[in-house]
Ligand binder design. Sequence first.
Ligand code: ATP
Length: 199
Amino acid sequence: MVLKSLQINGFKSFADKTTIDFGTGITGVIGPNGSGKSNLTEAVRWVMGEQSVKSLRGERMQDIIFAGSDTRPPLSRAEVTLTFDNKKRDLNWDHDEVTVQRRLFRDGESEFLINGRKLRLKDVANLFLDAGLGRHSLTIISQGNVEAIFGNKPEARRFLIEEPAGVAGFKLKKQQAQQQLAQTDDNLQRVCDIVQELA
Ligand code: ATP
């Protein structure tokens, strides 16, 4: 799968609309301490559905919106867009180019869009999970991750292998199906009780 570009607008230190086009080969991002390198990878994780505020180094999700500086007032929303080349259909979406976008407003309202269509977090998460690219996958290795992986329990390490292999997506679907089955069993039991009462 080819990530073509990342566009950030109002996310953390990126107050202005910033577009990074990834060419072929390896892209390196260099800059002094505090210049926003980690913010870039966090923006990628966020648009892919990251829900853990702690892992985005904040206390509330709104902390990811540009908070203002000496020269600029705070912004009212953050927006991040990833654009993928999907000619090989690595993502289960029938378009040659797929854009995944997430927005968050200061009042807490948030939106996910795939190719401009408003969808749920679940849809975006499934899109990436099916491609073996979940938000916890080893696609993004943040600072401290390597030590954490070595220190992890075996089950947690297995999860890190299962996700890129695409197994995690099936596990999630199995869990959802089991919940639906349990609910159907409850409903059936209730119907049986009513039938017994009426007999
Ligand atoms: P290092 O090399 O030290 O790891 P870095 O280049 O990875 O640094 P980041 O950690 O990505 O830098 O960026 C930190 C900067 O982002 C800090 O200056 C911080 O004030 C700024 N920042 C974080 N959240 C916000 C926000 N909501 N609004 C404005 N600036 C923010």
